[in-house]
Design a protein around this ligand. Structure first.
Ligand code: HEC
Length: 283
């Protein structure tokens, strides 16, 4: 019993014990195994996924559909003439073919960037009037453009990502996306890969997607846009990347910028062959 030990011996024993505990901690398996809270959250998500209509994002998809057909902007015209890659007004399956090069715009675009372009060119809406507050704050519904994106993505549900990488600009965009993903930047010297290139990484309770792993990319990327339970709104992929840029303390990621499109092209390419399950559901 320690009560009978001399003080010096007692502290030596205590120090030894602490060292042993520290090393046990180091060699112990990392906290990657799902614990009770993880399992509870997974059960919660599974219940919501079991009934596709229980995903609140379906309400935003409905709103987006109405916005697509509504005559809006200075020209009071609907988005129906918008060509998402399959011809004007063709929505079904269009999302599965994005990002891609658009001749009329002279650049590669993801879904949201294309919608912004169509709103400007077809409806005459000044993109600057939308860009500034394009992402919703917590508990605010997704903005109109995001709602339209949610509807259009939902119309590719069950299809496989098949964005083309044949045009030289598509190839260059993909190369840029890959380079940006792996490049360390900003005051923290983080790259996307710092957080998304190994299994079992987490921040607080959130497991971080291992996006360099095609299997994991196929599982996660196809779920965007997704209803984010903790923020009570739909988040689009442009919004997700905007937030990750903020986490890296980089300058704000500009909506529809070349960098944002290139990163999305890279993510979609990583998820090639994966099934689109949008709108998804995230924590
Ligand atoms: C400091 C760590 C960090 C960095 C660096 C980072 N992210 Fe993230 N990323 C997160 C967190 C946290 C989440 C949200 C996880 C959650 O809520 O489940 C996330 C989520 C994502 C998701 C959604 C994954 C899923 O589960 O569907 C994508 C895609 C993503 N990030 C891409 C990027 C890209 C691209 C970059 C580089 C521009 C990047 N991230 C940089 C922390 C980071």
């Amino acid at each position: 019993m320690t009560r009978h030990l001399r003080p010096a011996m007692r502290s030596a024993l205590l120090a030894g014990l602490l060292v042993a505990v520290a090393f046990a901690g180091l060699s112990a398996p990392r906290a990657a195994e799902p614990d009770a809270i993880d399992r509870g959250l997974e059960a919660f998500r599974a219940m919501l996924k079991a009934d596709a209509w229980s995903n609140p994002a379906m309400l935003d998809a409905d709103r987006g559909q109405a916005i697509w057909y509504e005559r809006r902007g200075p020209r009071k015209i609907s988005l129906e003439p918008c060509d998402l890659g399959k011809g004007p007004g063709k929505v079904d399956g269009a999302f599965a073919g994005l990002p891609r090069y658009f001749q009329d715009a002279g650049r590669v675009m993801d879904l949201e960037t294309r919608l912004l372009w169509c709103m400007e060119k077809i409806q005459g809406i000044d993109p600057r009037s939308m860009i500034e507050k394009l992402h919703p704050a917590a508990n605010e519904p997704v903005k109109d453009l995001g709602a339209v994106a949610t509807w259009i993505a939902s119309r590719s549900h069950g299809l496989v990502f098949a964005g083309p990488v044949s045009h030289p600009r598509e190839k260059a965009t993909l190369r840029l996306g890959k380079a940006l993903f792996h490049r360390r930047m900003g005051p923290f010297d983080f790259s996307c890969a710092s957080c998304h290139a190994s299994a079992d990484k987490r921040i607080r309770r959130q497991g971080l997607a291992e996006l360099v792993n095609p299997e994991e990319a196929r599982r996660t990327v196809g779920e965007w846009p997704a209803y984010r339970v903790s923020a009570a709104h739909v988040m689009t992929l442009q919004h997700r990347l905007y937030d990750c840029f903020w986490q890296m303390r980089l300058p704000e990621l500009q909506f529809g910028s070349e960098a944002s499109v290139a990163l999305i092209a890279y993510l979609v390419h990583q998820a090639e062959g994966g099934t689109i399950a949008a709108p998804g559901l995230k924590r």
